[in-house]
Design a binder for this molecule. Structure first.
Ligand code: 0RA
Length: 662
């Protein structure tokens, strides 16, 4: 999920190439000051929360990636220091340090202190930093309390430090070196950011993605805040020789493949690099991820349109010729070619135009043809050369078409039933009296008994309760029509008031009809409860992703302990809180301090449930967001798949990130 990003006004930059074709200090032109960045940080980096904090790292790493794309850098290292400052080093040519005539300042100082200065002067290599936020390292500098830049080039080591974007001294030489490269260390300004602690898992996911998108570049990350059993800092290295070929294999690691190897193309059409890789699996999900200049284009755009067009046309032509469709009683739809398809499309565009609500939709029309041609040619050859795989793919398409036909009928049934019973809210729903969806909440509660308690404990003015019986269907493994036959799922759809396929666009959700803007999943705080939460989340992720993307989905967190002595009682959500409560309550002597471990919601009475889990004043909710769609998809397929080992490993590794937001 991406928050609204403001496009930065383009300012004309003057480019000058030196005689040897390389850019020199003179080619960078001064543009504007950094005060604006500190005044309106969100305009430049999207937000000042967790995402913005991590965005600073991406911004700095992107500069090193640009240097790698230009062919000069092989290794990038990221360090998280104990004070949550970050160092990014690379072995590129080093930021130029010569004095620029016009400004009479070092190019390094200009790059670090002037907005856009580092940006556009290397167009030949498709500046990544011209992308979504693409504001350059000077923004990071403006938003940091302290930055230290070290450049090795021309036999010397140069250094400059800054505070809130202002240099503390002129660029100085601090030593000699026969190496080249750039090192940036920054400490984000905690008067600007609401979060200050870096998350290893978030940074790691982005570096992994970058390694697949830029094959041959080695990305290391070291977390100096934590050590493993061998007393070494936690660290990971990401490196991909095969690029997107390996990316789709990674994404589909937990799914059953239909074809043995990814179908892959890397080519350049009309001067535009296009890389596409695809795999078919036995699942029913379409799983497309697209990138422009290493930026994930969540909303798709012209590159995706080109891919879809080529896929549909090429497969349809082949299937028609093969005669396999002759017995089919209904038309094949574009969607049918993409069921069970995992694909990554990556293009590099010199001057990308980003559109859409979150500015993550590529608008450049010329890209449609480039991707269409590249994919069309490659896929035609593949099908000719792999008749066995071609048959398997067409069989899957026919299966998808048949299932779609069944699903449409099942969907229509649900809709018709809803209409017949006059709006037809589920019998189990205890609705609220308020009618403004913006003020309404619904609790999806595990089990009828906890549901009953929640109904008593809630504020019926604005809080609705829908009890769900036991484990809901695992949608990861079920065909679509089965989903609309499932009682619990039908109840969720009708209670929420939204449905798929009622719009002209059969895939879109009529989100404007949503009856509650906060949907809160409330399950027991045990293994079964977590499993049910995951099942419900999987359903939302696969069938109502818009609800997550628009920030409507939350998870309730009931307390784990009640600590009490006489009338004095405290709830605790962690062991630390529990121990503190015991200490506090037990100040006159620890005897008679009782500790109750809550395993289920059912162990609380209505009043306790209200106080700890339902009351907006005192509860702790976790908001569900999607950081990286590709990674989210992989994790859901893994959590809901058949392999136990990767699931256990994931849970053990990530339990500590389960964080409470509000
Ligand atoms: C402009 C020109 C040159 C290198 C770079 C920028 C550069 C920037 C960054 C930022 C992080 N790492 C970087 N590495 C290189 C090339 C100048 C030349 O011709 O040597």
């Amino acid at each position: 999920m991406t928050e609204k990003a403001s496009q930065i006004e383009e300012v004309d930059t003057t480019k000058q190439k030196g005689d040897n074709g390389e850019y020199s200090a003179d080619s960078i032109t001064v543009l504007e000051g950094l005060e604006a960045v500190r005044l309106r940080p969100a305009m430049y980096i999207g937000d000042t929360g967790l995402r913005g904090l991590h965005h600073l790292v991406y911004e700095v790493v992107d500069n090193s990636i640009d240097e790698a794309l230009a062919g000069y850098c092989k290794n990038i290292n990221v360090f998280i220091h104990t004070d949550n400052s970050i160092t990014v080093t690379d072995d590129g040519r080093g930021i130029p340090t010569g004095i620029m005539k016009k400004e009479n300042k070092s190019a390094l100082e200009i790059v670090m202190t002037v907005l856009h200065a580092g940006g556009k002067f290397n167009k030949d290599t498709y500046k990544v930093s011209g992308g979504l936020h693409g504001v350059g390292v000077s923004c990071v500098n403006a938003l940091s309390i302290h930055v230290k830049t070290i450049v090795q080039r021309e036999g010397k080591i140069f250094c400059q430090e800054y505070s809130k974007g202002k240099p503390l001294y002129d660029v100085k030489v601090i030593g000699e070196s026969d190496k080249t490269g750039t090192s940036q260390t920054f400490l984000p300004d905690n008067t600007i950011f609401t979060e200050s602690v870096y998350r290893y898992d978030i940074l790691t996911a982005r570096l992994r993605e970058l390694a697949y998108l830029n094959k041959g570049v080695r990305l290391n990350i070291t977390d100096e805040r934590e050590k493993n059993e061998k007393e070494e800092f936690i660290s990971d290295t990401f490196y991909s020789e095969g690029g997107l070929r390996e990316f789709v294999e990674y994404l589909d690691a937990n799914r059953e493949r239909l074809i043995p190897e990814p179908i892959y193309v890397e080519s350049e059409k009309y001067g535009m690099p296009v890389e596409v890789s695809m795999l078919y699996n036995t699942s029913f999900n379409e799983n497309l991820h697209s990138y422009v200049n290493n930026i994930n284009t969540h909303e798709g755009g012209t590159h995706l349109a080109g891919f879809r067009r080529a896929l549909t046309r090429t497969l349809k032509t082949y299937a028609d010729k093969s005669g396999m469709l002759s017995k089919l009683k209904f038309e094949i739809d574009g969607d049918d070619f993409r069921e069970g398809l995992t694909a990554v499309i990556s293009v590099k565009v010199a001057e990308p135009q980003f559109e859409g609500q979150t500015k993550t939709k590529l608008g450049n029309k010329e890209v449609i043809g480039a991707v269409d041609t590249a994919v069309g040619e490659m896929l035609t050859n593949y099908l000719e050369e792999h008749p066995k795989e071609a048959r398997i793919i067409i069989d899957k398409v026919i299966l998808a078409a048949t299932a779609r036909f069944a699903a449409r009928k099942a969907r229509e049934m649900v809709q018709r039933k809803g209409a017949l019973t006059g709006g037809g809210l589920p019998g189990k729903l205890a609705d609220c009296s308020e009618k403004d969806p913006g003020a309404c909440e619904i609790f999806l509660v595990e089990g009828d008994s906890a549901g009953g308690t929640a109904k008593q404990g809630r504020n019926r003015a604005f809080q609705a309760v829908l009890p769900l019986r036991g484990k809901i269907l695992n949608v990861e493994k079920a065909m679509e029509h089965k989903i609309y036959e499932n009682e619990e799922i039908k109840n969720i759809y009708t209670a929420l008031g939204v449905f798929k396929g009622t719009q002209e666009d059969q895939k879109a959700l009529n989100i404007e009809k949503l009856r509650y803007h906060k949907i809160i999943i409330m399950c027991d705080a045990d293994v079964d409860g977590s499993h049910i939460t995951t099942l419900i989340l999987t359903f939302f992720f696969r069938y109502m992703k818009e609800l997550i993307e628009n920030g409507h989905i939350y998870i309730a967190t009931p307390p784990l302990y009640l600590v009490k002595k006489g009338k004095d009682q405290r709830y605790a959500w962690t062991e630390e809180e529990r121990d503190n409560a015991i200490k506090e309550i037990g100040k006159n002597g620890k005897d008679n301090v009782g500790v109750q471990r809550y395993k289920g919601l059912g162990e609380m009475n209505a009043e306790q449930l209200w106080e700890t889990t339902i009351n907006p004043e005192s509860r702790k909710l976790r908001k569900v967001t999607i950081e990286s769609a590709a990674e989210a998809d992989r994790i859901f397929s893994m959590l809901m798949g058949d392999d136990v080992l990767p699931r256990r490993e994931f849970i053990e590794k990530n339990a500590r990130y389960a964080k409470i937001d509000a």
